[in-house]
Write a protein that binds this ligand. Structure first.
Ligand code: NJP
Length: 233
């Protein structure tokens, strides 16, 4: 079931981005996959059930974002769904961070999502499209060693809400997963101790749910955690 609609997923080379791309393809979208690891993008693209397009992107680099936007618009001329998924995490006590590490978290998690969103804003508005910000259950709470990461997700939440307020024709979803079993922050999927983590496929179902809503319905925020994770607020 091809819909003629186009979706962009950032950070699609592995983890959550790869399963978001699969669900979008299953829902009939042609998916533009992006990330720095082009081999990873090609692997993910090869497994998708529908047509796709893979293009290198560092969301924190203005030139890279402009080249990616130009490539997507030259190829498809429109955009219906943007999933701002690219993100990094570094976890340690505040005094152990270098300024460069703090900058890098904000460069990717905040500036990156802002840059890709505004690059495609005219097309997203014309399509009355979705922008899905993949933030975190820590976009409203903190935990020791998570200071700059949580701060970046609080900031992403603020960007999501401002985007919605400024652009009522869009549907902006802040999707807030808890701990998910991916390669995030250098971890290994399925590693001992991660048995309680949510599986990525479960998070991707939230994207499917949003996509299937009637046009009149705007899902603004969704917290999705493993039932084995403590309910911290
Ligand atoms: O992590 P991982 P997840 N430019 O490390 C890409 C949030 N989240 O799938 O560039 C462009 O397996 C990287 O691609 P590449 C989290 O904050 C997660 O779990 O090719 N892309 C890769 O595809 C993040 O926002 C958990 O290396 C860049 C992807 O990002 C999102 O979920 C919990 C990039 C990261 O894949 C996906 O994370 C939570 C750049 N500069 C929120 N830098 C969790 N896993 O527990 C990285 O609350 N990427």
């Amino acid at each position: 079931m091809e819909t003629g609609k186009i979706a962009v997923v950032t950070g699609a080379s592995r983890g959550l981005g790869s399963v978001f791309a699969r669900v979008l393809a299953e829902e009939g979208y042609t998916v533009a996959l992006s990330g720095r690891n082009v081999e990873g993008l090609a692997r993910v693209a090869a497994r998708l059930p529908g047509p796709s397009f893979a293009y290198p992107l560092d969301v924190g680099d203005s030139g890279s974002v402009a080249a990616f936007r130009d490539a997507v618009l030259e190829r498809f001329g429109r955009l219906d769904v943007l999933v701002n998924n690219a993100g990094i995490g570094i976890f340690k006590r505040l005094e152990e961070f270098s300024p460069e590490e703090v900058d890098e978290i904000f460069r990717v998690n905040v500036r990156g999502a802002w840059a890709v969103t505004v690059a495609f804003l005219p097309q997203l508005k014309a399509a009355r499209g979705w922008v899905m910000m993949i933030s975190s259950d820590v976009s409203t709470r903190t935990f020791p060693t998570g200071g700059p990461y949580a701060a970046s997700k609080f900031a992403l939440r603020a960007l999501a809400r401002t985007l919605q307020q400024e652009n009522p024709e869009l549907r902006v979803l802040e999707l807030r997963p808890g701990a998910v079993d991916t390669s995030f922050a250098g971890s290994t999927p399925g590693a001992p101790g991660k048995e309680w983590f949510l599986q990525p496929d479960a998070v991707a179902e939230a994207v499917r749910f949003a996509l299937r809503l009637p046009p009149q319905a705007r899902l603004e925020e969704l917290v999705l955690r493993s039932s084995l994770q403590a309910p911290e607020y």
